[in-house]
Design a protein around this ligand. Structure first.
Ligand code: SAM
Length: 343
C-alpha cells in the first residue's frame, strides 16, 4: 500500500499540522462554562484507567502523526497534570523527529511543583487558564475554591523554568467576568506573558450557553485599546487561532480567540485525540474515529498511518463557520465533550 503524499491535506486544502492530546478526562476544577458540577458531579462516570491510552500508546500515535506532517503537540485534558508523571510522556514526545513544539494547557493547580521537571523532559511552553484576578469571581467560576494567587505562582514558576512565553487563557462571559478584562490586561502588560481572551463557546447542553453571554473579541479589543492603545500584529504562523495585538507603548502583546464571532475553520490545521483514543477532526465533531481499537489489536504503524490519512483527507468540518450563519436561527446544537477532548 502506498503512503499518502505529504503534506496531507483535507477537502478544504488544510494541512494536518497540530495534534492536541487529551491525557485524561478528569479535572479538579468544575468551571461553570466547561465542566459544571450539576453535570460532572460525584456520580459522573469518568473513564476507567484501562480505557485511557497509555504513555507508550500515545507516543506511538504521536510518532505516526509526525510522519504525516504534525509539527506541534499540545497536551490537554481534563487537567493534564492529574495524569501522574506526565514528564514520562513528554520525554519520548520530545524525541520524535519533526516535532518542533510541545505545549501544555493547564489550570495551573499542580504546575508550580512540576514546571522544572516538565521543562527538563522537553516541554517547550505552557498555557495557563485564569479567568479573573478577583478571588471571588475566579472561585465562583472554577467552583473548586481555588485562589488566584496559586495560579499566579504557577505562571511565575513556569516562566522561571523556561516554559516561556507563558500564555494565559481567559474565557470571557458577559456579566460574570467581563469586569476582569481591564485588570487582567493591566496585570499582564509588561510581564512577558501573553494574555489571550477567549470568546465563551457553546459546549452543548452542559453550560447553558446563550449568544448574549458572549463578549465579542472586537469589544474586548476596543475596551482595552481605549486604555492602552493597540495595533494589530501579523499571525505568528499559519493556522494560529489567536488574533494578535501589540500595545503601542511596548507593553507586550495580547491575543483574542474569536471562535464565535469570527470563526477560523478555514485555517484549522488541528486534530484532537481524546483520552480514550478517539480521533476528532473538529472540537465540535459529534463523534470521533477509534484509534485505540486498532492500536490494541496489533495494527502496524503503516496501517495506523493509512487510517489517519484517510480520515484527514476526507475531513470536511467547518462547524463554527456554519454555526455562525445559523446562530440567529438557533438551528444547531453542538455536542462537545471538553473533558474528553480538551479546549
Ligand atoms: N484543564 C486545562 C485548563 O484548565 O486549561 C486544560 C483543558 S481546558 C478544557 C482548555 C481550555 O479550554 C481552557 O483554557 C478553558 O478555559 C477553555 N474552555 C473550556 N470551556 C470553554 C468554553 N465553553 N468556551 C471557551 N473556552 C473554554
Amino acid at each position: 500500500m502506498a503512503f499518502a503524499a505529504l503534506p496531507l491535506t483535507d477537502t478544504l486544502a488544510r494541512p494536518l499540522r497540530d495534534l492536541r492530546i487529551s491525557v485524561t478526562d478528569r479535572c479538579q476544577f468544575r468551571c461553570t462554562y466547561c465542566m459544571p458540577r450539576e453535570v460532572f458531579g460525584r456520580d459522573f462516570a469518568f473513564l476507567p484507567r484501562a480505557e485511557l491510552l497509555t504513555f507508550e500508546e500515545l507516543a506511538r500515535l504521536a510518532r505516526v502523526f509526525a510522519g504525516l506532517g504534525v509539527r506541534k503537540l499540545r497536551l490537554t485534558g481534563g487537567e493534564p497534570l492529574l495524569r501522574r508523571d506526565l514528564e514520562r510522556l513528554v520525554a519520548p514526545l520530545a524525541g520524535i523527529g519533526g516535532i518542533q513544539d510541545i505545549a501544555l494547557t493547564t489550570n495551573g493547580a499542580l504546575l508550580a511543583g512540576k514546571a522544572r521537571t516538565l521543562a527538563a523532559a522537553g516541554l517547550n511552553r505552557v498555557t495557563v487558564s485564569l479567568d479573573s484576578l478577583d478571588d471571588a469571581v475566579f472561585m465562583a467560576l472554577n467552583d473548586a475554591g481555588f485562589p488566584v494567587a496559586r495560579v499566579l505562582d504557577a505562571i511565575d514558576a513556569a516562566a522561571e523554568a523556561g516554559l516561556a512565553p507563558v500564555k494565559v487563557n481567559m474565557v470571557v462571559r458577559r456579566g460574570v467576568n467581563d469586569q476582569s478584562i481591564l485588570p487582567m490586561a493591566g496585570h499582564f502588560r509588561h510581564s512577558g506573558h501573553v494574555l489571550r481572551f477567549i470568546e465563551y463557546m457553546d459546549v452543548g447542553t452542559t453550560n447553558g450557553w446563550r449568544l448574549d453571554d458572549v463578549v465579542p473579541a472586537a469589544e474586548i479589543i476596543s475596551v482595552i485599546g481605549r486604555h492602552w492603545p493597540l495595533q494589530p500584529a501579523e499571525p505568528a504562523y499559519r493556522g494560529e487561532v489567536a488574533r494578535r495585538y501589540r500595545y503601542r507603548d511596548g507593553g507586550g502583546e495580547i491575543g483574542v480567540i474569536a471562535s464565535v464571532t469570527q470563526p477560523f475553520c478555514r485555517g484549522c490545521t488541528r486534530a484532537r485525540l481524546s483520552a480514550d483514543g478517539q480521533l476528532y477532526t473538529c472540537l465540535f465533531a459529534g463523534a470521533g474515529h477509534d484509534l485505540r481499537g486498532p492500536l490494541r489489536t496489533g495494527s502496524s504503524d503503516h496501517a495506523l498511518r493509512e487510517q489517519i490519512s484517510s480520515i484527514w483527507t476526507r475531513r470536511t468540518d467547518r462547524y463554527s463557520e456554519q454555526r455562525t450563519s445559523q446562530t440567529r436561527r438557533k438551528q444547531v446544537k453542538p455536542k462537545v465533550e471538553m473533558s474528553r477532548i480538551g479546549g
